[in-house]
Design a protein around this ligand. Structure first.
Ligand code: HEC
Length: 315
């Protein structure tokens, strides 16, 4: 009897383990699917990019927007613009509007795909609301930004060079487990600045060229708040920024990020952040870091920043 019973227990144990693994896989499958798709561009999923393409071509494509919503999620969800015409490589900001039609807060998450499928590889999103669990308060409405470009390589690929129209479609599903949901209200212009979101956005949009504590392609940004423009030691600024006389505050940073060369003609920062809530949160993050910044500079062998200097400009 005894050995038999032990054997049964072992079988039950193995089954429990196997089932937990399966449940785990199902629970995490959006993540797995995303990782898989992000890595392969499979199934019309799009690629993630840190910043827009270096070159903009004259060839244009029309991008249409399509939205769907699962029947158990009482939201309205629609593109703010039906379609846009973009030049290949051109950074484009579009919005999708979601409204909670019900009397309770609800959480949803979006998936997207691009058709024709073969174009997925060339459709690059710099920023979007996809995959996160998103909460909408009762009857709240928000416009969610999607920042994208179509890779000019589209025109070189014999498979895709004839494509003149692309459809980006989103589907919102209801999320049962709403513990970890983010508030979609972060996209409201009236929402309070969110330095946490700002930190994530900084990672995505700025760290290609900036760090807080050292110079990279762009100057170190720790302590930028209240600092004179062009004052990080050891960084080779454009004459235009050096002569600008700007002292970085909320307003100036906002105008700079919206359009650096519009704000300081001749400046060298090559990107723009067209979405106002993105700028707001990145600035909130920089502000928080500027206030907290008391530690001395980290020295990194590959960088030419002198170790002694505080990044704060002398007043
Ligand atoms: C592709 C590279 C690149 C990216 C990405 C980039 N920057 Fe810059 N940034 C620069 C360069 C280059 C300069 C110096 C401009 C000059 O000298 O005219 C600069 C300068 C700045 C300055 C002025 C700093 C000073 O010391 O006066 C600020 C502020 C700034 N960037 C913020 C940002 C933020 C915030 C982001 C992310 C949203 C960002 N940048 C993304 C390249 C970049």
């Amino acid at each position: 009897m005894e050995p038999n019973r032990q054997k049964n227990l072992r079988v039950v144990g193995a089954l429990v383990v196997a089932m937990s693994v399966m449940i785990g896989l199902v629970a995490y499958s959006p993540t797995l699917y995303r990782l898989f798709c992000a890595a392969t561009g499979y199934g019309g999923t799009t690629q993630r990019a840190d910043s827009a393409a270096a070159s903009v071509s004259d060839k244009t494509v029309t991008v249409r927007f399509d939205t769907n919503i699962a029947s158990d999620l009482p939201w309205r969800f629609e593109p703010v613009q039906r379609d846009v015409k973009v030049r290949l490589g051109e950074d484009k900001l579009v919005f999708f509007r979601a409204e909670n039609l019900s009397d309770k807060a609800l959480v949803g998450h979006a998936t997207f795909n691009v058709t024709p499928d073969k174009v997925g590889l060339y459709f690059k999103k710099i920023q979007c609301f996809c995959f996160d669990d998103e909460r909408l308060e009762p009857h709240q409405q928000v416009d969610m930004p999607v920042d994208f470009f179509v890779d000019p390589a589209l025109a070189q690929d014999p498979d895709t060079q004839d494509v003149s129209e692309i459809t980006l479609s989103y589907t919102f599903f209801r999320t049962a487990d709403s513990e970890k949901a983010k508030d979609l209200s972060r996209f409201l212009v009236s929402a309070p600045p969110d330095p946490h979101r700002g930190e994530e956005l900084f990672e995505q949009r700025c760290t290609a060229c900036h760090a807080l504590d050292r110079n990279k392609a762009g100057p170190a940004l720790g302590g930028v708040f209240g600092r004179r423009a062009g004052s990080v030691p050891g960084y080779n600024y454009s004459p235009a920024l050096l002569a600008s006389g700007v002292e970085w505050d909320q307003d100036d940073l906002d105008r700079w990020l919206a359009d650096p060369r519009g704000f300081v003609a001749g400046a060298r920062m090559p990107i723009k952040i067209p979405d106002a809530t993105t700028r707001r949160d990145i600035i909130a993050y920089l502000k928080r870091e500027s206030i907290e910044e008391t530690a001395p500079l980290q020295h990194s062998a590959s960088d030419a920043v002198p170790q002694h200097a505080s990044l704060r400009a002398p007043k």
